[in-house]
Design a protein around this ligand. Structure first.
Ligand SMILES: Cc1ncc(COP(=O)(O)O)c(C=O)c1O
Length: 365
């Protein structure tokens, strides 16, 4: 028995997503790059590598991890590069995408040996949450002025556009791509590749993958471009759980159970986006608010139903715990960081990383 807390990545479930991605690649001709910002647990890259074309990144460290641990095609992007990192970034990348014209102008020569692209911001997105909306007013994420972009076309041969956020609606994807074509079509026809970013939930059971693939193929035929997709969440959705143990129960007007983990430290995105964790089957006559062990008053995973009363020592699995969790975990309150374990295709489970007091101590000075 592995000591909780730990993230448990199930390779069979991961393979299911990978097969969908491979299907879309084959039908559409698009290439798929894993977005490391979402998931960078390299112990399963040996499996993912067979189904995906490479990785994309948001920083020097991510592009290096992509090159060293995943291999294949490696894209570099960052909201802004510093003078002290650009040479190393270029040394790890096959393509570099600049976020602004000024970054492109500043670093174009240093990146002359690899393909260069520019991020476009179409000022339309599928996000309803301001914090995550790349098209929010005054957004710094990409350029949108066509005449300005025209003036630097001699220095780039591709674009990146990331405007889908948790978008499970193919119709909305299609309409927004149509708007992008209207606005930037003439520019797109002049480049060799376009990355459509992440945020498209095309590995869901109910997503019309064939219509999606046909739309991508039509786009790439119309403009003569290689399309890239940058799936983060879609690559790893529903592949992983966070395994925790009940440490205490109490009644303060509601049944409360405190577990050996923390939403603030181990599933931070849920807290940021005001979502609750998922527990299955979430049925039964006993309702509990499941709380984390940090001192934060709102360290609450959610309220769930259980068949039996919870008692100290009971195990709970939070579902869908791969995306934006392990890459964001932190040492708040010195709470023990969850280990990382993998369920192999033969059913055996092995721990691939444990975190100790030394890791906590070493993260500070
Ligand atoms: C440029 C870019 N590509 C890819 C992604 C991955 O998005 P997701 O995990 O929603 O697929 C993001 C997420 O913010 C992004 O900003």
């Amino acid at each position: 028995m592995i000591e909780t807390p730990y993230y448990l990545i199930d390779k069979a479930k991961l393979t299911r997503n990978m097969e969908r991605i491979a299907h879309v690649r084959e039908k559409s001709g698009a290439k798929a790059l894993l977005a490391l910002k979402c998931f960078a647990t390299w112990s399963v890259f040996d499996l993912m590598r067979d189904y995906m074309d490479g990785t994309t990144s948001s920083s020097l460290f991510e592009v290096r991890l992509g090159r060293e641990r995943f291999g294949k095609e490696t894209h570099a992007y960052s909201v802004a590069y510093g003078d002290n990192e650009i040479d190393e970034v270029v040394s790890h990348a096959d393509k570099i995408i600049f976020n602004s014209i000024s970054q492109l102008e500043r670093f174009a020569d240093k990146a002359a040996g690899i393909a260069r692209g520019l991020r476009l911001n179409p000022q339309v997105s599928s996000s309803s949450f301001d914090l995550a909306d790349p098209a929010r007013p005054f957004s710094r994420l990409g350029e949108w002025d066509v005449p300005k972009v025209e003036r630097v076309m001699d220095r780039i041969n591709g674009f990146m556009i990331h405007n889908n956020c948790e978008n499970k609606d193919f119709g909305l994807f299609d309409r927004m791509l149509g708007e992008i074509e209207e606005r930037f079509g003439a520019l797109i026809a002049r480049v060799d590749w376009v990355s459509l970013g992440g945020g498209i939930h095309f590995t869901r059971d109910d997503y019309p993958v064939d219509a999606f693939s046909a739309r991508l193929r039509a786009f790439s035929d119309r403009y003569g471009v290689q399309i890239y997709l940058e799936p983060g969440e879609a690559s790893i959705t529903k592949s992983t759980t966070l395994e925790v143990t009940v440490l205490d129960t109490l009644y303060n007007g509601k049944n409360l159970a405190i577990v050996d983990s923390s939403i603030e430290a181990h599933m931070l995105d849920l807290l940021i986006y005001r979502e609750t964790a998922k527990v299955l089957p979430n049925e039964g006559s006993h309702s509990y608010m499941i709380c984390g062990k940090s001192c934060l008053a709102g360290d609450v995973f959610g309220e769930f139903r259980f068949a039996e009363e919870l008692k100290v020592g009971d195990r709970i699995s939070f579902q869908d715990a791969a995306g934006y969790t392990m890459v964001k975990k932190n040492w708040f309150n010195g709470v023990k960081m969850p280990a990382i374990a993998i369920r192999e295709l033969d059913g055996s489970v092995r721990t691939v990383r444990e975190f100790t007091y030394a890791d906590y101590e070493q993260s500070l000075s």
